[in-house]
Ligand binder design. Structure first.
Ligand SMILES: NC(=O)c1ccc[n+]([C@@H]2O[C@H](COP(=O)([O-])OP(=O)(O)OC[C@H]3O[C@@H](n4cnc5c(N)ncnc54)[C@H](O)[C@@H]3O)[C@@H](O)[C@H]2O)c1
Length: 252
């Protein structure tokens, strides 16, 4: 498998940590993100660690742009080994009033974007001996706060898409898994003019059996594991990385 990794939404937040974790593991990385300044920052950070990095400024819901990004990366890096479908947005609101266009947009970015990127990348992976796809879902695939219908539906769809793709692409040498983050604090991983120190109180920490809120590095480590040879017998899984938040019963 080529030691190359593509990350959607890799310019900020969890995606930025994923991109830099792959660089630290010796992967050439390619990120697609609509935030030009943030993307260029990641390229500079990757190159300062002697990493090879490509940034394409685009929307994951733009099929043509996705196809160009994946083709360009495969040509430049000589193939594609790993894809992390990380780009995700949420548009909240009561289901009584949520605009259908807002529902469609969340599905287009989170779920349809995950499928299109996987489809395009898989075509190149099959040509170079296989690969690994990691989809960033969410614990919200299985539990909700009010007013999160579009986001929850998109993430539930990603969990289902993950096992479907794993079965279809397994014979082509491609493993497909999901990571479901819980509460991950991304404040320090935003573009430099927006980044700030997070603030959590004791109650926030104690919601988690591990005693803290999650970090983007927690999710990046799971992605590196699932993408690499140590997870060679793991496919179709949804790895929950939430510090135990969703296995803790709360009676108040
Ligand atoms: N932070 C959490 O607590 C948490 C929990 C569960 C799941 N997640 C998931 O993790 C992923 C990353 O979330 P985050 O918290 O780091 O978000 P973030 O908002 O901090 O960063 C998202 C990145 O994706 C980019 N992006 C936005 N729209 C895009 C599009 N249309 N095409 C390509 N890139 C786009 C943004 O520019 C940004 O760089 C998402 O899929 C999110 O649903 C996050």
């Amino acid at each position: 498998m080529k030691k190359t990794a593509l990350i959607t939404g890799g310019a900020q937040g969890i995606g930025r940590a994923i991109a830099l974790a792959f660089v630290q593991q010796g992967y050439a990385v390619s990120i697609l993100d609509p935030d030009r300044d943030a993307g260029l920052e990641v390229i500079r950070l990757a190159r300062s660690e002697n990493g090879q990095a490509i940034f394409v400024c685009a929307d994951v819901a733009d099929d043509e742009a996705v196809a160009r990004w994946i083709r360009l990366t495969a040509d430049d890096f000589g193939g594609i080994g790993a894809l992390v479908n990380n780009a995700g947005i949420g548009i909240g609101g009561s289901p009584l009033t949520l605009a259908p266009a807002d529902f469609d947009r969340v599905i287009a970015v989170n779920l349809r974007g995950t499928f299109i990127c996987s489809q395009q990348a898989a075509r190149f992976m099959t040509a170079t001996g296989g690969g690994s796809i990691v989809n960033i879902a969410s614990t919200r695939a299985l539990m909700s706060e009010p007013g999160s219908e579009a986001y929850a539906a998109s993430k539930g769809g990603i969990v289902a898409l993950t096992h479907a793709l794993a079965v279809s692409l397994g014979p082509h040498g491609i493993r497909v898994n999901a990571v479901s983050p819980g509460w991950i604090e991304t404040a320090e991983w935003q573009r430099s003019d927006r980044a700030h120190a997070p603030q959590h109180n004791e109650r926030d920490r104690l919601q988690h059996p591990v005693g803290r809120v999650g970090t983007p590095e927690d999710i990046a480590a799971a992605c590196v594991y699932l993408a690499g040879p140590a997870a060679g017998f793991v496919t179709g899984q949804n790895l929950v990385v939430d510090g135990g938040m969703t296995i803790k019963m709360i009676y108040e």
